[in-house]
Write a protein that binds this ligand. Structure first.
Ligand code: CA
Length: 244
């Protein structure tokens, strides 16, 4: 009967909770609220939410510490909420296993989009894998055959370019930090990796984007990393709302 997704907000600012709660409920979530880190950790373990919104600036504990505590026992998607000036913490949070971030003040539509992407990502992980073929109107990647086509023509990617693209595809819709991307590139010289990451992204855009200078798919997240834009599947799948 009860199959609503449960979302836990760990956020000490009451106006934000008061604003988000009805909005999330209207999108069919059951909402749990915590104003402190201690309360949030307790609710996370007692209620096993499907997704957590975690404010980094909490009164009783550092949000990053909360995230690390969560990651000791759960892969629940965590979206961190950051205030201005928390750029360093934001990147640290993503590298420590947060799924995504939103900088305050954020747009609720954007929040919902991030939440949907995170839930979809988790569902795919639970199913035990990704789709073998990733397709957009401009390019297609057959992950089982390592074959890439752009606008109908097969294109050649170097191993690093391909690995980077595959990483972005595995995380489609989610931000990938520079550090996560660098770990994917098996470069010989770590000192040059920051520059080579930018170069690989540049080359990838030239190979798959219709207008590389104005990328539509591989987006730069300033100071954080990159995000492969999620494009809704064009095929109209039959609605499943009448099941159960
Ligand atoms: Ca706060």
């Amino acid at each position: 009967m009860q199959n609503k997704n449960v979302i836990l907000m760990i956020e000490d600012e009451q106006p934000i909770r008061r604003f988000l709660k009805p909005y999330l409920e209207s999108h069919d979530f059951r909402v749990l609220e915590a104003a402190t880190a201690v309360e949030g950790l307790a609710l996370a373990s007692s209620h096993k939410p499907d997704i957590i919104l975690l404010d980094l600036g909490l009164p009783d504990m550092d949000g990053l510490a909360v995230l690390r505590r969560l990651r000791e026992w759960t892969f629940v998607p965590v979206i961190i909420l950051t205030a201005r000036g928390e750029d360093r913490e934001k990147v640290q949070g993503l590298d420590a296993g947060a799924d995504d971030y939103l900088a305050k003040p954020f747009d609720v539509e954007e929040l919902m989009a991030r939440v949907r992407v995170a839930l979809r990502h988790l569902a795919r992980l639970k199913q035990g894998g990704e789709e073998a073929v990733f397709e957009t109107p401009d390019f297609k990647v057959d992950l089982s055959a390592r074959r890439v086509t752009a606008r109908g023509k097969e294109i050649h990617l170097t191993p690093n370019e391909y690995d980077l693209l595959a990483l972005l595809i595995r995380n489609v819709g989610k931000v990938v930090t520079q550090k996560q991307a660098l770990q994917e590139i098996r470069g010989p010289n770590s000192l040059e990796q920051g520059a080579s990451l930018r170069l690989y992204i540049h080359q990838l855009r030239h190979k798959i984007e219709a207008r590389p200078a104005r990328p539509k798919y591989i987006l730069t997240e300033q100071g954080v990393g990159y995000r492969l834009k999620y494009v809704e599947e064009p095929k109209a799948s039959s609605p499943k709302s009448d099941v159960s």
